[in-house]
Ligand binder design. Structure first.
Ligand SMILES: [Zn+2]
Length: 112
């Protein structure tokens, strides 16, 4: 009687929890770069935000409220975005030149 109880107690946890660990494996948050279109680790992208009052700015904290768009810290991606006005399309407004200027400065600085 005691042997049976100990056996069932031992078997049930391994069988019912065994599969769960695979399903719950954590994924790193990824976002799509508007320049190259690749999915990348969110922490490696630069976030640009359009706030609820219509201002566009570079969000260095990654936590500002508003609609966000992401870009690699790569000059190639920046040029593509600027030429094709991808931020304008993503935000539904015309992004001011000074935002592009400070973004370009930030990317240049981070690349060396
Ligand atoms: Zn990119």
């Amino acid at each position: 009687m005691f042997n049976v109880l100990r056996l069932t107690f031992y078997v049930i946890p391994t069988e019912s929890y065994g599969g769960d660990f695979v399903i719950k494996a954590k994924k790193k948050p990824e976002r799509k770069c508007l320049g190259c279109g690749e999915m990348k680790d969110k922490s490696r992208l630069i976030r640009i935000v359009r706030s609820t009052d219509g201002k566009v700015f570079i969000d260095r904290t990654g936590k500002a409220n508003g609609r966000g768009a992401y870009i690699c810290d790569s000059l190639d991606c920046f040029v593509k975005c600027r030429k094709a006005k991808r931020f304008d399309k993503a935000f539904g407004l015309s992004v001011p030149d000074d935002v592009y200027a400070s973004l370009e400065g930030l990317i240049n600085k981070e690349n060396g």
